[in-house]
Design a protein around this ligand. Structure first.
Ligand code: C2E
Ligand code: MG
Ligand code: MG
Ligand code: MG
Length: 291
């Protein structure tokens, strides 16, 4: 299904109708080609400090730029990539691309920018995942603590052999682990306790209803207090308006991500934004130093 397409994104994604079996096979072949033909893109969405609104990192979000269909949402092709196993090589490509871009921006701007990369259940099932991450870090020179691996809460922990061990190994390398889409899965509190996560990402379905639904506000507050009591930091996704920002800040949420700050951007646009921020900061400190 193409749930949430269009409203969720910058580009006007093509609405792909419920596929027939034949269409699915055709699309699968196109998706396979997409990788070979270089039609996949990584976009970056900034994550900011709730206190200062400084950029602290960015999330890598895959896009498929199809020559005829246009920009296709990951919400549509990630499930297909997951079912067909294509996600394993695609995910590896995203990881490598994101780490390389992050390292370049860290060096160019002298900022300890953190890069968030989504890991799908099938990637987490690969016995060599930790080895892969370690070699990508080595190859790109990225400091492990600036890599943040996002694992969705909706995964079925029991269906992934050695999940906690794999995450622990990655955590022991120094990588950060975030629980994505928090509040939408079925995970028990016990599982959250045992999960070696540094950060919880409050799902946008709750954030969206701040100022609208007191129940969702209560869930956001409860999540913040639980996370903080377990020494986890919290980032809210889907922050779209000032009211969301104010509520989250008032309740101690550390970081924010959403259209209020920026849409996901193509690498060049993201780099230009960092350059513009640097220029403004330099101008401000230059002006402050003038008589
Ligand atoms: P996610 O990891 O929860 O990513 C956040 C999604 O929320 C992104 O959608 C982002 O564009 C969108 N978003 C950000 N701010 C706002 C906002 O203020 N309002 C609204 N309405 N939406 C906002 P996107 O890029 O379409 O990605 C959808 C999902 O696809 C991601 O959800 C993630 O689960 C998956 N995905 C994306 N890239 C990758 C990838 O490289 N690997 C894997 N395995 N999954 C990916
Ligand atoms: Mg994510
Ligand atoms: Mg998320
Ligand atoms: Mg989400």
């Amino acid at each position: 299904s193409a749930k949430g397409m269009g409203r969720n994104n910058y580009q006007a994604y093509v609405a792909v109708p419920e596929e027939s079996h034949q269409q699915r096979i055709a699309l699968e072949a196109k998706l396979r080609q997409a990788e070979k033909n270089g039609e996949l893109r990584v976009y970056y969405q900034p994550q900011v400090s709730a206190q200062t609104e400084d950029i602290v990192g960015m999330e890598a979000l895959i896009r498929w730029e199809h020559p005829e269909l246009g920009m296709i949402s990951p919400g549509f092709f990630i499930p297909l990539a997951e079912e067909t196993g294509l996600i394993v090589s695609m995910g590896e490509w995203v990881l490598r691309t994101a780490c390389r871009d992050a390292r370049r921006w860290q060096q160019r701007f002298g900022l300890p920018l953190r890069i968030g990369v989504n890991l799908s259940p099938l990637q987490l099932m690969q016995p060599n995942l930790a080895e892969l991450v370690r070699s990508v870090l080595e190859e790109t020179g990225l400091e492990p603590s600036t890599l943040d691996l996002e694992v969705t809460e909706s995964i079925n922990v029991k269906s992934i052999p050695n999940l906690l061990e794999t995450l622990q190994t990655l955590h022991d390398f120094g990588c950060h682990i975030s629980i994505d889409d928090f509040g939408t899965g079925q995970s028990s509190l016990d599982y959250i306790k045992r999960f070696p996560a540094d950060r919880i990402k409050i799902d946008q379905t709750f954030v969206r209803n701040i100022g609208v639904d007191p129940d969702d506000e209560a869930i956001v507050k409860a999540t913040l207090s639980m996370a903080h009591n377990l020494s986890r930091a919290v980032i809210a996704e889907g922050v779209e308006i000032e009211q969301h920002l104010e509520f989250l800040r008032a309740h101690g949420c550390e970081e924010l991500q959403g259209y209020l700050f920026s849409r996901p951007l193509a690498p060049t646009a993201f780099e230009n934004m960092l350059a513009e921020r640097e220029r403004l900061l330099a101008a401000a400190s230059g002006a402050a130093g003038m008589p």
